[in-house]
Design a binder for this molecule. Structure first.
Ligand code: PRX
Length: 704
């Protein structure tokens, strides 16, 4: 399809220059064994059967009490699923599998150092560890049903154990990505009002034993500044009995779990029967304002949704060995490393470190040695594996039946390498589009029944009815070649319940824009606004263009521009800051930071370093800017808003677009000259950008 007729496209619609890609059909061998291979499933999940169709997912769980109302819409948009039902998530992920297969590995944990042996945690062993930790949390830490506990844990088995221990007690867990700074963790502790922090002394990353406990001290201090006292810090040790951190243990506050757990040896804790709509966990997501959003997920709806989608879209069978190489600190890990796979009673692989450590063959050696047959990762990892070892997969004797890509749009060229080289042409691929807010997949192909199309996620998944609206709420037709805002017309069981502590922001961000009638109690009037741009091809497949708000996706980590800028202005001398993305071959995007200085300060490398340091400590190393540019003034609109797309254009050597609405258009040439001459001198001129990248840069921050 030629899509160059951009001239008619309104400001809200994004011109799209992608060409249509050819379809790939799943291998017969895959179809023969797939969980969903009968097209009748589409009929069962068609709109006329909504919401009762989701009974099929809920029936995959073991309920203590069955629900009486599948969907309660009495208080839009705070939907309630499976009302009246009671269940326990830990029971569903652990206890119920014991009778059939107690000695099967639930977790296979691969430490990063290759000489350390893989640890198999059987379902029986998982049961013991979850019970003991639940007893410790209850007895020693004094947590009660409904309390929040924050984890700042790396990729170790202790993390799923801790999640399931909380779930057993009906305690709400909040895992903060281990790579985030102590300050970021502290802010999330304060927001969720956790009195307990669970952490680890250290972990391996890129060959180094990282000191992690030091971040706990920073986190507790930051939480205290924000008014929240942490009573206890529970510290797992990477090597029990040895302490990997230089940070001293604080008497009366910090405790080694391996010491305290002795009092709870073989303790059993009855799983607490929770209402379906009780919160199971909070997962923070970057947003457009400085404060991250605590997405609150339910017990019954969430667990039903991730179990159903794991079964049909991930095609997980109990006898599979499934490896999702995401971090459990992100929603992908919660849903598709821990809750979905364990609820189905399969073997799920956890890898501690970097997939290319110590060399580009590592991931494939893991796959070969453990017999992984389902592989799940993100485009940023695929790009890295391809760059560092394009021929490595061929050297290893593994066979994937199924592979996933998630988290950002994948370039068709990269998709084809994934399919042909990683998948050896034998695997069905699903490109799954969804968000922290959603609990599980929204757009994808049902792997045995719908063909794959590189770069497109596919249609809405079972029971999800998407639509694209323009800025005025008119539907953008499939096949029109125009993009708009993708929305989901209906509620679904995995949707988050609210933003923790901020229901108004929940409504404002996701429902206000396209609500047809704020007084209506009919779900049809409350489409969910995903905040993503998308376009739909004539065949119904969606291509996701990325967030319409200002988020920079660095190697799969979504960093809010406002969060970055709020950190940058903490640096000595900085008056104003603007974060923009630069296209980065490996990480997808990198951050560039523009700052202007307070009077009396002179540009210096020291100030630039100060900006990078404060971003590293406030947010994390992943967010460190590729460059910090000190400018005399930012390009601004007459109302004083910074025009990020103009500086993004300069950083990426693309067209800066219309500057006539600026209050100070004269600064643009000065900034361009300064930034681009320095970039030229450093050899940082990017190769020609793809049409899609240009599009994104050209409209970055447009919402301002
Ligand atoms: O812009 C979309 C992009 O990632 C955003 C959600 O990020 P996060 O909440 O961190 O969750 C990531 C894992 C679910 C979306 O709003 N995104 C996610 N998956 C895809 C995607 N963009 C294109 N294709 C995908 N498959």
């Amino acid at each position: 399809m030629a899509l160059d007729e951009a001239s008619e496209v309104s400001e809200a619609q994004i011109a799209v220059h992608w060409r249509e890609e050819e379809l790939y059909y799943p291998p017969a061998k895959f179809i023969g064994q797939a969980n969903a291979s009968d097209p009748a499933i589409f009929q069962r999940f068609s709109e006329e059967h909504f919401p009762e169709c989701f009974k099929e997912y809920a029936d995959l769980l073991t309920w203590d009490r069955y629900w009486h109302t599948t969907l309660d819409t009495s208080n839009p948009p705070f939907w309630k699923w499976f009302v009246g039902g009671r269940l326990n998530a830990s029971y569903n992920c652990v206890d119920r599998h014991l009778a059939r297969d107690p000695n099967k590995a639930a977790l296979l944990w691969v430490p990063e150092p290759e000489q350390e042996p893989t640890v198999a945690v059987t379902y029986q062993e998982l049961y013991r560890r979850v019970n003991e930790l639940a007893a410790l949390l209850q007895g020693f830490a004094g947590v009660k049903t409904g309390d929040r506990v924050t984890f700042h844990l790396p990729m170790v088995p202790e993390l799923p154990v801790a999640m399931l221990a909380c779930a057993r007690l009906g305690v709400i867990h909040s895992q903060v990505f281990g790579g985030f700074s102590g300050a970021a963790c502290g802010g999330r502790i304060a927001d969720s009002q956790s009195t307990i922090l669970v952490t680890m002394d250290g972990y391996y990353r890129n060959g180094e034993l990282v000191d992690h406990k030091v971040k706990a001290d920073e986190a507790v201090a930051r939480a205290a500044e924000e008014g929240m006292t942490v009573d206890k810090v529970l510290v797992f040790r990477r090597h029990p009995g040895e302490y990997a951190s230089k940070s001293p243990m604080v008497a009366g506050r910090d405790f080694f779990v391996d010491e305290v757990i002795g009092d709870y040896r073989d303790a059993l804790v009855e799983p607490v029967s929770m209402p379906a709509e009780a919160p199971l966990f909070i997962m923070y997501s970057s947003g457009t304002t400085g404060r991250p959003k605590g997405c609150q997920h339910s017990t019954g709806g969430y667990l039903a949704y991730v179990t159903g989608t794991s079964k049909y879209y991930q095609d997980i069978h109990p006898e599979d060995t499934y490896w999702c190489a995401a971090d459990i600190g992100w929603i992908t890990g919660h849903s598709y490393i821990v809750y979905g796979p364990l609820s189905l009673g399969t073997t799920t692989v956890l890898y501690e470190g970097v997939p290319t450590y110590p060399d580009a063959g590592r991931a494939w050696r893991i796959a070969e040695r453990l017999g992984v047959n389902i592989f799940h990762t993100a485009p940023t990892t695929i790009r890295m594996l391809r760059k560092l070892g394009p021929d490595e997969p061929k050297k290893y004797n593994y066979h994937f039946k199924h592979m996933t890509t998630v988290g950002e749009p994948i370039e068709p060229e990269v998709w084809r390498w994934y399919y042909e080289v990683v998948g050896k042409g034998e695997a069905a691929i699903v490109d799954t589009w969804w968000q922290t807010e959603n609990g599980g997949f929204l757009g994808s192909t049902l792997p045995a029944l719908q063909p794959m199309k590189p770069g497109s996620c596919g249609p809405g998944v079972l029971g999800i009815y998407p639509v694209i609206y323009d800025e005025d709420g008119n539907e953008v037709a499939a096949g029109s070649g125009k993009a708009g805002n993708i929305c989901i017309r209906n509620p679904w069981p995995g949707i988050f319940q609210t933003i923790w502590g901020d229901p108004e922001r929940f409504i404002d961000t996701y429902y206000r824009k396209y609500c047809k009638d704020p007084d209506s109690k009919d779900w049809h009037d409350w489409p969910y606004f995903a905040n993503d741009g998308a376009m739909q091809a004539a065949d119904g497949y969606f291509r996701i263009l990325g967030r319409v708000d200002d988020v920079i996706n660095v190697a799969g980590h979504r960093l809010g521009t406002k969060e970055l800028e709020s950190a940058a202005v903490l640096a000595e001398g900085v008056a104003e800051a603007a974060a923009v993305p630069v296209v980065d071959e490996l990480r997808g995007r990198a951050v560039e930071m523009y700052v202007s200085l307070r009077p009396g300060f002179v540009a210096s490398d020291e100030i630039k370093r100060g900006v990078s340091d404060v971003i590293a400590s406030e947010i994390g190393k992943v967010a460190i800017p590729k460059n910090v540019w000190i400018v005399a003034d930012m390009p601004k609109t007459r109302s004083g808003k910074i025009m990020r797309r103009v500086i993004a254009g300069i950083s990426n050597f693309t067209d800066v677009g219309d500057t006539s609405t600026l209050a100070n258009p004269e600064v643009v040439d000065d900034i361009r000259e300064h930034v681009q001459s320095e970039k030229r001198a450093r050899g940082e001129v990017p190769k020609a950008l793809s049409a899609k990248d240009k599009e994104e840069i050209g409209q970055f921050g447009q919402a301002e």
